[in-house]
Every structure is written in structure tokens, then in C-alpha cells.
Design a protein around this ligand. Structure first.
Ligand code: SAH
Length: 341
């Protein structure tokens, strides 16, 4: 991006402190600024307990952006809210606020577009444009919370994009959203979903975070997985499973393996058996996803209850993902796709 000024919402409190010190300000100002940023202010003028001169100084030195609401859809069925936000460079990102009995979770995008090219995914058609900054990911959370009036208690990085391809900004975002003086969302209330980038998973294991790692598996054998996900040609299932086993050993956090069930492609009894074997090896559990149909795609959903039954017979821990917001295109890149066509 062309911005010359540094984006202030991407800064951690200790960085903010150093920056303000360089501007000749006392350290406590950093705490004030950070807490305003975490409240979702859209301009420095909203930081009412700062002297006007300091607000001006900050405005000259830093960029403080706020997304603009392009579209909002509320599900009549379950209260799910889907947002399409316009970023400062005109690109659009989508995120979804989902309400559960235990709290509300926001599903955010980590990139504008995606370059992974999975056959079943609506995000694929529009290609990849750019990574989001940590501050922009935080904006998705803050402004969705502000607009919906719903207190956000969890975050899932399962929107558009591959988070481990935007590793540094995603990690920075996690630190910001987890910060006690920020939104203070616990790592155990955060999930990160990857298509299976082995080097990224290995790097994440070293951070030893208590978040939930979800790995999009979608097939238990290479030949099928390669048909669905180009990334499978780069890392075969054996390599991915070794990496996942190491991740579990290192973090003691069980991995959730996502499996979108597609009739005639990955729903055969033999595939349930193979999948069960992989789960025994990695100590993971399966999150079966009812396939969301994408316009123009020939792929058809399989019978999740039946397949879940086969997995349970093999002793696999399995959950079936609830379909929230099905009436508002809440699934996987569908809103941005509609807007773009
Ligand atoms: N790039 C990351 C995160 C984004 S997608 C990843 O691949 O995991 C979040 C999840 O939704 C992934 O498991 C993805 O495979 C799944 N998904 C994408 N399109 C889908 C569809 N049409 N139906 C069901 N699940 C889908």
C-alpha cells in the first residue's frame, strides 16, 4: 500500500510507548491511546482525554483507519450478522458475527482474496489481492462488535484468506486482540484455520499458543485431496500428519480437522476408515462441515450424519458444524463474491 504514515492500530502497547516517547510524550499516554484504539474509535478526535495538541500530533504522525460499511445482512433464522467492509484502499473484506449460547464469535478474513484455489470454495474465483494488516483484522472485530451491539467473546480466523501465509500480521493481530488492555479475548477462545501449510504450522507450534488450530483436510488420501486442494500437491498427507502430530506434542492442544463432506468424492466408508486412522495418529478430532453449495460448482453435499456415524464407530471424536446464517450467504466468501459479480 501507498500509505506513508504508520498504521497506529497495528502497534502493541510497548511499541506505542516507544513511539510516543520519541514524540516527547510521557509513557502513560501510550496506555490511554491503546485503550481508545481497542474501543474502536474512528478518529483521534474521539480520544477525548488527550490534549488537543497531542491528538493533532498523532494525526500528523499516524494513520488511523476505520472501515466503511458496504453491506450488512442479518439472518432471520439465527441472528447471524454478515458484514462487507470497505477498507481504506477500496478493497472489500467480509466477516460474520455468530451467536452461540456461550457467547458471540466473529469469523474474520485475513487476506483480500485467496491464492489457495480450493475447488469447493467461493473465495477462489476472485484471486488474491493482498494481505490484511494486523490493524485491519482488529478493525473487523471492533467495528463488527460496535455495529452489531453484540459483545464479542471469541474470534475465528476462518474467513477469506490463508492466515499462515500472512503469518507475521496474523500473529501480531492475535497479540493485539488477546492483550489484557485491549479486547482481552483469551487464546482458548480463538481458532485459526489453515489449508495445511506445513512450515507455518511448524512455526506456530514454536509459539506455543493456547489457541485452537484447525486444519482443512477434506480428504484422507492424497489422490482425492489433490483434486480438491492445490496445496496438497506441495505437502502430502504423510508430511502434514507428521507435522500435526508434532504440533500436538509440543502444544498439548488437539487439532481440529475440517472435513467438508462432498457426495461421491470424500464420503465413502473406506474414506471414513482412513480418516479414523489419521485421527488416531494425530490425536485430532473431526469437524464435519456440511458443504455449502457454490454457484456454478458441480459439487454436492454428502450425508454428514451418516458419515459422522461411520467415524464414531471407529472411535473418532467428531462434531458436525452448525449451519448458521444459511439464509444470508454467510458461508465462505459468498457475499464478497456476489458484490464483485
Ligand atoms: N484458508 C483457511 C481458512 C479459510 S476457509 C483454510 O483453508 O482453512 C475456512 C474453512 O471453510 C476451511 O476449512 C475451508 O476448507 C472451508 N470451506 C471453504 N469453502 C467451503 C464450502 N463451500 N463448504 C464448506 N466448507 C468450505
Amino acid at each position: 500500500m501507498q500509505d506513508e504514515k504508520r498504521e497506529i492500530r497495528s502497534l502493541l502497547p510497548e511499541e506505542l510507548e516507544a513511539e510516543l516517547k520519541a514524540l516527547g510524550e510521557p509513557a502513560y499516554r501510550a496506555g490511554q491511546v491503546f485503550s481508545w484504539l481497542g474501543k474502536g474509535v474512528a478518529s483521534f478526535d474521539e480520544m477525548t482525554d488527550l490534549p488537543a495538541a497531542l491528538r493533532e500530533k498523532l494525526g500528523r504522525a499516524y494513520l488511523l483507519s476505520a472501515p466503511e460499511l458496504l453491506k450488512k445482512q442479518v439472518s432471520a433464522r439465527d441472528g447471524t450478522v454478515k458484514y462487507l467492509w470497505r477498507l481504506r484502499d477500496g478493497n472489500a473484506v467480509e466477516c460474520v458475527v455468530m451467536r452461540y449460547s456461550y457467547g458471540s464469535t466473529v469469523c474474520i478474513s485475513s487476506q483480500v482474496g485467496c491464492r489457495q484455489g480450493c475447488a469447493f470454495c467461493a473465495s477462489t474465483g476472485l484471486g488474491f489481492i493482498r494481505n490484511l494488516s494486523a490493524g485491519e483484522m482488529l478493525e473487523e472485530v471492533l467495528f463488527s462488535e460496535k455495529d452489531s451491539g453484540v459483545k464479542i467473546t471469541g474470534v475465528v480466523l476462518m474467513g477469506i484468506g490463508e492466515p499462515l501465509e500472512n503469518y507475521d500480521e496474523v500473529l501480531r493481530f492475535l497479540r493485539l486482540v488477546n492483550h489484557p488492555r485491549g479486547l482481552n479475548i483469551g487464546m482458548r477462545h480463538i481458532s485459526l484455520s489453515t489449508c495445511g501449510l506445513v512450515p507455518g504450522i511448524r512455526r506456530l507450534a514454536e509459539e506455543n499458543l493456547q489457541l485452537t488450530l484447525s486444519v482443512s483436510l477434506h480428504a484422507p488420501e492424497d489422490v482425492t485431496r489433490r483434486k480438491l486442494m492445490p496445496v496438497a500437491a506441495k505437502y502430502d498427507i504423510g508430511t502434514l500428519m507428521d507435522c500435526c502430530t508434532d504440533y500436538f506434542r509440543k502444544t498439548e492442544r488437539r487439532i481440529s480437522f475440517e472435513y467438508a463432506l462432498i457426495r461421491g468424492v470424500n464420503d465413502a466408508p473406506r474414506q471414513a476408515e482412513l480418516l479414523a486412522g489419521l485421527m488416531r495418529r494425530t490425536h485430532g478430532h473431526v469437524n464435519l462441515i456440511p458443504l455449502n453449495r457454490v454457484e456454478g460448482s458441480p459439487l454436492v453435499p454428502g450425508d454428514t450424519r451418516k458419515f459422522a456415524g461411520l467415524l464414531r464407530e471407529q472411535g473418532v471424536n467428531v462434531t458436525i458444524r452448525r449451519r448458521l446464517g444459511a439464509d444470508i450467504d454467510a458461508a465462505c466468501g459468498q457475499l464478497r463474491r456476489k458484490e464483485a459479480t
